[in-house]
Design a binder for this molecule. Structure first.
Ligand SMILES: Cc1cc2nc3c(=O)[nH]c(=O)nc-3n(C[C@H](O)[C@H](O)[C@H](O)COP(=O)(O)OP(=O)(O)OC[C@H]3O[C@@H](n4cnc5c(N)ncnc54)[C@H](O)[C@@H]3O)c2cc1C
Ligand SMILES: NC(=O)c1ccc[n+]([C@@H]2O[C@H](COP(=O)([O-])OP(=O)(O)OC[C@H]3O[C@@H](n4cnc5c(N)ncnc54)[C@H](O)[C@@H]3O)[C@@H](O)[C@H]2O)c1
Ligand code: SF4
Ligand code: FES
Length: 811
């Protein structure tokens, strides 16, 4: 029997222990393993400290390998024992307390040290980093006795610390030296959106500020800045970056630069001394995220096990901010430079932003805000280096997964992925582990899979892939997914929330968040507007709309354009106008120097390039109804000329359209909706790609629903055929109200119909008594609507909101 060799691991952290886990699988009996850790704990998931601080996870739940694991695997663990030096001649490691252990192979995995600004007073009580369990405990304890917290550094760590401190009830100010936050991961547009969102959650920011000194007797009292200003504070968390821990390299004659220098197989310059993790520098790069460190661990484990392996060639990284209710994703080289170009799309209404950066026909970087669902597939495309030529726009518009599927991406990408490839970077979960959990451990819902493997339990960036693999392995056996909340602030679904609001008669957004125990007390850009909508839908006569829960366009009743100007769109019912109205529009456009007047696809005139301060004056002169070209409400009713002039027309499409537009203008809905009426089956008004389209046939009207001509075209389904205009109105009213009552906020009818099913909708509307009850409710909702511009024009206080203010564009 061969005697096992002695392997010593220095650093009981994420990278080192991960490599040992791998090694145990490859060569369980080759080494007698000893681990030294400076911390008093078994191996834990450092990433999850942010969620622990935020209160969504408990410390006991972040242990990766408990004490028994070490025993079960014959590993000798020395906690609270920092290694001071490696005597590479004698092949022994020496602890600070003088203990020695000999080795045949030694692995250094000592991680990083948080960088502490070397400013006077940085050693005072109450000035801490955020790196380990001890720091977390210090924050918990500070929050019990003190009120004001300051975080220096608005990077990933600083913002996660700040969110956690807010959750602990502290007032939090984040100091950043750059004019915009998370500049290492985001471009300016996404950064601005993120800041606005975090500000709305209660975080305060001081930007372009440089810390000079910390004052206070014993404990911190004030942070002084180089510009002479200062900030009173009881706690300072420094989150201004990390530095690879090269102490052992220094004391033991091992080559280092920024980090301990390693080759592609994790060898240092000294034989039998390897290193990996945040403490190393590989090909000039020191990584600060776990995914690359796990890749390094896999290579090292194979080398130590004597298994042939390709070397580690470096990693492209992606990050996701772990702040509840905020979805931010960044990957690769997200800033365009010479030779690369960027495509971007920003939707202020939905609060989303997406940017992709392309070089030589390949995707090299991406930034997502608000909706990060495409993160995993974009990241896969960046990593694969495949050509995306001709598919750039589809990728940007979010229909990439389908297209990638055809070209070796998404579905087939997951299928072809090797078993040992890591799917969840944060928790090091491989495709094989997911397959094992589904096929052998009975996990057939996303929730079970998450609980069993920890995949998707940290930043959530891998969710799409984990779900994809669940479907791949479980096929039709996929169970009802564990309940997902409407956003990260709650685990309640839309239906549960609506039901509880109704049964408890909760009347404000704050009340809902409080009573239903939101884990993020301020809510986020997803839940606040949706709650505002649900409350208005349920209690149209009693609920007071909360303007602050609406997006910019709805607050200013105009569409903000990319240059910060707005547009003015008067309502033109059914697309039918008069010379007098046209003259009025033309003269207002001339008087206010409107740079562009355009016919819209919805048969009306759009005046572009309007300054915010001119909006009330223009509407005052126009004296026309708002066309609601913004907001989640009726846009237009497109009509053809119908039988009034057209020789094919069988019905009066214009009159029908005008009647519908007058009836439903200003009606709030889960998402915007468009209607159309065509006077005969030739369908010149393209009614069958609208949210609801009416098409005249001989002696009757067909009502079509659920159409959309957006990114993905969806043709309508026929809902019913009726004889009279009154019946058209009855069915349309009932249909719209049913959508209002069952749709999820921000869900267009096309998606809604696909979700609830056409048959469900038909069933809900088939009985006239049900239709009439719905009609009555929609009438109630309509009865309290007012024209926003009429109100603003006549109200000096409201007009003040449009006066010019200095500062960045609202988002
Ligand atoms: C709050 C927080 C949130 C994070 N979130 C994310 C995230 O969402 N996604 C992501 O990818 N990354 C995240 N990271 C970074 C991630 O945690 C690190 O990349 C990872 O932990 C590095 O692993 P490591 O093993 O190299 O270092 P560590 O995990 O730091 O382990 C090193 C260990 O070595 C010990 N040690 C040091 N010197 C000695 C010595 N001389 N003798 C013995 N032991 C020693 C240390 O005490 C430590 O326990 C986060 C980090 C923090 C602090
Ligand atoms: N969600 C995640 O992936 C996650 C979360 C937490 C931490 N981490 C990792 O942990 C490590 C540490 O995070 P980090 O945010 O400290 O590092 P970082 O280097 O990414 O960010 C530090 C930030 O502090 C700012 N800064 C530097 N000096 C400053 C000063 N004097 N005043 C004000 N601001 C200053 C920088 O401009 C930078 O934006 C990183 O490797 C990070 O990737 C990742
Ligand atoms: S849809 Fe029919 S009625 Fe309307 S314009 Fe076209 S052909 Fe004429
Ligand atoms: S990649 Fe962060 S949870 Fe999976």
């Amino acid at each position: 029997m061969t005697v096992p060799k002695k392997l010593v691991l220095i650093g009981n952290g994420m990278a080192g222990v991960r490599a040992i886990e791998h090694l145990l699988k490859l060569a369980p009996d080759t080494y007698e393993i000893t681990i030294f850790g400076a911390e008093p704990h078994p191996n834990y998931n450092r990433i999850m400290l942010s969620t622990v601080l935020a209160g969504s996870t408990e410390l006991k739940d972040i242990i990766i390998n408990d004490w028994d694991w070490y025993k079960d695997n014959n590993i000798t663990l020395h906690t609270n024992q920092a290694i001071k030096k490696i005597d590479t001649q004698r092949k022994v490691v020496i602890t600070e307390s003088g203990m020695e252990a000999s080795y045949d192979e030694v692995v250094i995995a000592t991680g990083s040290k948080p960088f502490m600004l070397p400013i006077p007073g940085a050693d005072k009580e109450g000035v801490i980093a955020f790196r380990d369990i001890q720091d977390c405990e210090k924050m918990f304890s500070a929050a019990k006795s003190y009120k004001k917290a300051t975080v220096i550094g608005a990077g990933l760590l600083g913002l996660e610390a700040a969110r956690g401190l807010l959750n602990l009830g502290m007032e939090v100010t984040v100091i950043h030296k750059h004019p915009y936050i998370m500049e290492r991961q985001l471009d300016e547009a996404a950064s601005l959106m993120l800041r606005k969102e975090l500000e709305s959650q209660g975080m305060k920011f001081l930007l372009s500020k440089h810390s000079a000194s910390i004052t206070g007797r014993g404990r911190v009292k004030e942070l002084q800045f180089t510009d002479g200003s200062h900030l009173a504070t009881d706690l300072i968390v420094m989150a201004v970056g990390i530095r690879p821990n090269v102490d052992l390299a220094k004391s033991s004659g091992i080559d280092y630069n920024n980090g301990i220098l390693v080759d592609d197989f994790m060898n240092t310059n000294i034989p039998h001394v390897s290193a990996l993790g945040e403490c190393v520098e590989h090909r000039g790069v020191a990584y600060g995220l776990v995914a690359p460190l796990y890749e390094q661990g896999a290579v090292l484990a194979k080398r130590l096990a004597g298994v042939e392996t390709a070397g580690y060639a470096g990693s492209v990284t992606s990050t996701k901010l772990k702040v509840s209710g905020v979805d931010v994703f960044s990957a690769g080289r997200f800033v365009e430079t010479e030779g690369s170009r960027a495509l971007r799309i920003q939707d202020d209404m939905a609060g989303t932003y997406k940017k992709i950066v392309i070089r030589n026909g390949k995707l090299i970087g991406a930034v997502l805000f608000g909706d990060t669902a495409d993160g995993a597939s974009l990241f896969a495309s960046i990593k694969s280096g495949e050509s995306i030529e001709g598919r750039e726009k589809e990728l940007l518009l979010g229909i990439s997964s389908d297209l990638l599927g055809k070209s070796g991406g998404s579905a087939s990408r997951l299928e072809n992925m090797p078993d040992d490839e890591i799917v969840c970077g944060c928790n090091g979960v491989t495709k094989g582990a997911i397959g094992d959990a589904v096929l052998n451990k009975g996990c057939n819902t996303f929730g079970e899979l998450k609980a069993c493997t920890k995949a998707s339990a940290s930043c959530g960036g891998c969710k799409a892939d984990v779900e994809g693999l669940l479907h791949f392995y479980a096929g039709d056996a996929v169970g009802e997914s564990a309940k997902e909340g409407i956003c990260g602030c709650t685990s309640l679904s839309r239906d549960e929330i609506v039901e509880q609001i109704q049964s408890m008669r909760l009347m404000t957004v704050k009340e809902v968040m409080h009573v239903l125990d939101w884990n993020n007390k301020e809510g986020c850009s997803k839940c606040r507007p949706s709650l505002n909508y649900y409350l208005g839908m349920l209690f149209p006569e009693d609920y007071v709309d909360e303007k602050e829960s609406r997006f910019t366009n709805e607050r200013y009743h105009a569409n903000i354009q990319k240059d910060g100007t707005y547009s003015v769109v008067p309502r033109i019912y059914g697309g039918v106008t008069t010379p007098a109205d046209l003259i009025k529009i033309a003269s207002v456009a001339e008087k206010f120097n409107v740079p562009l007047v355009k016919f819209t696809g919805g048969q009306r005139l759009d005046l572009f390039g309007v300054k915010k301060e001119d909006l009330p004056k223009m509407w005052e002169e126009l004296e026309m109804a708002s066309g609601h070209a913004y907001g989640k409400t009726l846009r237009t009713v497109k009509t053809c000329v119908g039988n009034t002039f057209c020789r094919f027309g069988t019905q009066d499409a214009m009159a029908m359209g005008i009647k519908m537009e007058k009836a439903f203008e200003r009606l709030n809905a889960p998402a915007k909706f468009k209607l159309a009426v065509s006077g005969c089956p030739r369908n010149c008004a393209e009614a069958t790609i609208k949210d609801l389209g009416v098409v005249a046939i001989d002696g009757a009207w067909e009502i079509h629903v659920g159409g959309n001509a957006g990114v993905k075209v969806r043709a309508c389904d026929l809902l019913t055929t009726v004889k009279t205009e009154e019946e058209v109105m009855e069915w349309t009213s009932a249909y719209l109200q049913y959508y209002r009552e069952t749709g999820q906020w921000n869900e267009r009818t096309a998606h809604w119909i696909d979700r609830v099913g056409l048959d469900t909708v038909k069933k809900a509307l088939e009985k006239q008594e049900d239709r009439l009850a719905l009609v009555e409710r929609v009438q109630k909702a309509l009865s309290v609507t007012t024209d926003p511009w009429k109100e603003i024009v006549d109200n000096d206080e409201l007009r003040k909101n449009f006066e010019p203010i200095a500062g960045p564009l609202p988002v």
